[in-house]
Design a protein around this ligand. Sequence first.
Ligand code: DUC
Ligand code: ZN
Ligand code: ZN
Ligand code: ZN
Length: 484
Amino acid sequence: MTTVIKNGTIVTADLTYKADVKIDGGKIVEIGPNLSGDETLDASGCYVMPGGIDPHTHLEMPFMGTYSSDDFESGTRAALSGGTTMVVDFALPAPGQSLLEALTMWDNKSTRANCDYSFHMAVTWWSEQVFKEMETIVRDKGINTFKHFMAYKGALMVDDDEMFASFQRCAELGALPLVHAENGDVVASMSAKLLAEGNNGPEAHAYSRPAEVEGEATNRAIMIADMAGCPVYIVHTSCEQAHEAIRRARAKGMRVYGEPLIQHLTLDESEYSNPDWDHAARRVMSPPFRSKQHQDSLWAGLASGSLQVVATDHCAFTTAQKRFGVGDFTKIPNGTGGLEDRMPMLWTHGVNTGRLTMNEFVAVTSTNIAKILNIYPEKGAILVGADADIVVWDPNRSKVISSKAQQSAIDYNVFEGKEVTGLPRFTLTRGVVAIEESTIKTREGHGEFVRREPVTAVSKALSTWKEITSPRKVERSGIPATGV
Ligand code: DUC
Ligand code: ZN
Ligand code: ZN
Ligand code: ZN
């Protein structure tokens, strides 16, 4: 059966033009005027864009004594409802656990996905076994990204020596390291001090991880990546200090990528001074929301290209789960939702305000990350041969965001009450209509794993130490140095 999307305007990362799109077998088979097919979807007045790719989600993740409440079914339903047609989640081995064993756990959860998906593999500890398994993950399992946490001391955090070893391994394998950049030692120390002084409320979470903590770690990760000879992708870039480090590195020729979240772009630190404990705790995430100045820096980065991707870090906890932290902010599960709202919020606050062009919107929600993850143009493109992951976007459709009408399984929404203009008319996942305005037609288990092959490219700008091929032999006390 063929489907034709008719009368719309195609918007890609670099082109805007009127044409119909014909789909067969889940792929785009023709683009041009006056096409016909077995089924017609009317796109008059709409933009036909590559479906969104959210490269940063935590679905059904064991974390801080509980599990995040959206699983691969509700999470991908929320994604599709908001125009996102692929998610990349994190397979998270517990320290000491085999990477392959963790991947099997995530494989089992993901069988319920409504849209296509992939995984980043986290490196939460270091050993000969991890070193070996990384090769299997890249070559056999189709995963070309490894995540490192510089925070969550005593849990997920890796030290610099472990991160350096893993980055070097990434360079050998053609993989891209991802980094949660916050100085975990400083956060632990500041958290203990705040608690000891009686600051136990959700606002103290933000005090415990100021922007400097993120800026320092971002600089460190970038320098270590350059020494290891690999590119690096900084997840949830939330502040000017981190953005500045990324900008500077890119200007010096380093392959460094930055990923602001829709939450950091549109919500600020004043959320934490809300007198309602639940209101503030529901917004506890790491990094925390920042000031308006930081938000302006992130928007400018998206416009100028120094930041490339808008994600969500979707990690949804119910109010009951957030209340684990009453009396101790360090026990509030960290995370906020956003999968359903990322595209409408970015369109409303980016395109409708003139901060982003429509083509930039497509770039930062889909095409750039497809290229970074090496799945372009299978994903992230409206081209013949690409997967028919498409959103037919109605720029005039509006709604007020409400947890009552959301797909996410939790009982609130951090964007509650915000009006958005620009919503999907249709969302298609590999040619199948999953969303038609507010009608949900998702199919559990329709989603498929997307393999991502390694990328081999030299990535070293400033570090030259590797080029020292004949070290000076040092002689002490007349004993010749060992070595050749
Ligand atoms: N930050 C969060 O807020 N939640 C999940 C993990 C993370 O780094
Ligand atoms: Zn993180
Ligand atoms: Zn995350
Ligand atoms: Zn495919």
